[in-house]
Design a protein around this ligand. Structure first.
Ligand code: FAD
Ligand code: NAD
Length: 499
């Protein structure tokens, strides 16, 4: 992220796109763009970028790009899809850049092999070399492709997914059934398997998911609305029965109802969202979701990390889906576009919540002896589930130390609960460090630095298995990681939370 000039916030961008100004220079025309044409527009003052076959004139957007002009220029005059997906595939560029749309890449059929007839099927056409090649699975991944089957009784429909993977668990299964549309996704490491159909009949608002963990069998059980025989499970939708890389699957959202909003500090609130009854979704420790809202006519998406409702020692997620909740601890910035909109939500209002994402794996914690959590401000949020998981499920754990950086005492999130936890569990210790304390503060002060880290991050015994998790504002996280490396910790011993 780079600091933006005044008057260049996301809200200012939205205003500009609504002003009626011609942002493409084409007076509202859409054109077909050839590869040669695209390549000509490669300067800051005349910059076109192709994303998923659509070409945008991003010159007017340059000064508004949170990642800076140089980042955008990396894709100038070329296909920026991969770069875009690497950095922020969750950003809804179609909505953000709709006024910058120049047109589509021109379709150019690939030369047909001689033995084939001259008529080319749709599949054989390619978007002028600009469409990303279809991701082909490696042979080993193909062997692991799950399969599904279904059967019915008078009142129930059961869909069985054979994942061929041991250690399936509830966090790896995401099911949504809305109207007659069923979407069941199984997460398998870097891949995702999807069952997606328009069901043959109507079902009740009450689905169940059973998982035979050891044999990797997942059952989705739906209750029929009417006890009639279904001829088929339903019409397959476009991505039905596909097994692809997770990152190639679009983000899926469902609308969740705000059921409570409570104060945590002067500027931070705990939002409790209720998942729809026909949704089965658990957010694993260390992962985030995206919230989506339409603000001034533009879809805006921001990441947030679910926490627990409080910090007990033995918190367990409820086992049933009905009324499952997601808790989000969110700081409201006085000039923040999204957080101000969230703050205005009333109880009973809806907000769209995506599937979980993130590259943290619980296996990083399962065999740990020492866990250090370096959190700054709301960078505390991923630490909440992590702390709970480590203290309740990691048997070899000896110490967990949270080093919590804040500006002032009033900014410390869940201070009381953390202090209580430290009293209850002798493995847990918390250290608060303030960067702008009042003169009454007797505790530690300062910002993240090498001396503070060497004082607080110490193995409980020589060669103990350690993990240090870092989360906060980007400079905090980057500096933290660098200091830790300088202190001799290896890449595998450090985890930085980022988008
Ligand atoms: P914007 O309109 O983008 O910014 C307006 C002003 O607010 C800025 O000028 C600045 O003064 C201030 N501001 C905005 N963003 C930041 C920032 N990131 N750091 C410091 N100052 C800022 N936030 C939470 O509160 N809880 C979470 O659980 C959480 N989880 C996150 C998980 C991930 C993976 C990431 C990348 C971020 C997370 N964030 C979280 C931050 C969140 O996504 C937004 O950036 C934040 O809510 C601000 O959005 P906004 O639209 O209100 O502010
Ligand atoms: P803040 O402004 O209140 O700052 C908290 C502390 O962070 C400060 O007291 C200071 O010690 C440290 N800090 C701030 N700026 C720093 C800098 N430039 N260099 C070194 N240290 C610095 O923090 P906040 O407003 O609560 O912001 C929290 C941040 O955490 C946001 O940027 C948010 O995006 C990020 N976050 C990321 C994730 C994630 O990636 N998974 C999750 C949650 C929050």
């Amino acid at each position: 992220q780079v600091p933006l000039k005044p008057g260049r916030s996301l809200m200012d961008w939205i205003r500009l796109t609504k002003s009626g100004k011609d942002l493409t220079g084409l007076k509202g025309r859409l054109i077909e763009v050839t590869e040669d044409e695209l390549a000509k527009h490669n300067k800051k003052e005349d910059c076109w970028i192709c994303i998923r076959g659509f070409v945008y004139n991003v010159t007017p957007y340059m000064e508004y790009h949170p990642g800076g002009e140089d980042e955008l220029m990396k894709a100038a005059g070329t296909d920026g899809t991969d770069l875009f997906d690497q950095v922020h595939r969750w950003v809804n560029y179609e909505s953000m850049l709709k006024e910058c749309l120049v047109g589509r890449m021109a379709v150019k059929p690939i030369a047909a092999p001689k033995e084939m007839s001259s008529t080319l099927s749709e599949e054989k056409k390619q978007l002028n070399g600009m469409l990303r090649e279809k991701k082909v699975l490696s042979a080993s991944a193909k062997d692991l492709t799950p399969s599904y089957d279904w059967f019915q009784t008078d009142s129930l429909i059961t869909i069985v997914i054979y994942t061929k993977q041991k250690d399936m668990n509830a966090e790896l299964v995401i099911v949504d059934c809305r109207d007659k549309r069923l979407r069941g996704e199984i997460i398998m490491d870097e891949h995702s398997y999807l069952v997606e159909v328009d069901l043959d009949g109507a079902v009740q608002d009450d689905l169940a998911v059973n998982i035979a963990e050891k044999i990797g069998k997942v059952e989705i059980i739906l209750k029929k609305k009417d006890n009639i025989h279904w001829k088929m499970l339903g019409q397959p939708l476009e991505s039905h029965n596909t097994f692809i890389k997770r990152t190639d699957r679009g983000l899926f959202y469902r609308k969740c109802k705000l059921v409570s909003k409570t104060e945590v500090t002067h500027d931070t609130k705990l939002f409790c969202l209720m998942l729809p009854k026909n949704t089965h979704l658990r957010v694993p420790a260390g992962q985030h979701v995206y919230l989506k809202k339409i603000i001034a006519g533009t879809e805006v998406v921001k990441p947030y990390t679910p926490v627990l409702p409080f910090l007990p020692l033995d918190f367990k997620e409820p086992s049933c889906n009905a009324g499952a909740r997601i808790y989000l601890m969110i700081k409201i910035y006085s000039c923040g576009l999204f957080t101000r909109a969230l703050d205005h939500l009333q109880i009973g209002d809806y907000v769209s919540v995506s599937n979980p994402e993130g590259n943290f794996k619980k296996s990083q914690v399962q065999t740990l002896e020492d866990l250090f959590l370096l959190a700054a401000g709301t960078g505390f949020t991923p630490m909440v589930k992590l702390l709970n998981f480590a203290l309740t499920e990691v048997s070899c754990l000896r110490t967990v130390k949270l080093i919590f950086f804040n500006k002032t005492e009033d900014d410390i999130l869940w201070r009381n609960q953390l202090e209580q936890l430290a009293l209850k569990d002798e493995r847990f210790e918390v250290q608060f460090i303030l960067s702008q304390p009042t003169k009454d503060w007797v505790g530690k002060q300062g910002k993240i630095c090498s001396s503070l880290l060497s004082e607080f991050v110490k193995r409980s015994r020589k060669d103990s298995k350690v993990l240090i998790c870092v989360c906060g504002p980007t400079p905090f996280t980057e500096q933290g990681v660098q200091y830790l490396k300088d202190l001799g910790y290896s890449q595998e011993e450090i985890h930085a939370f980022t988008a």
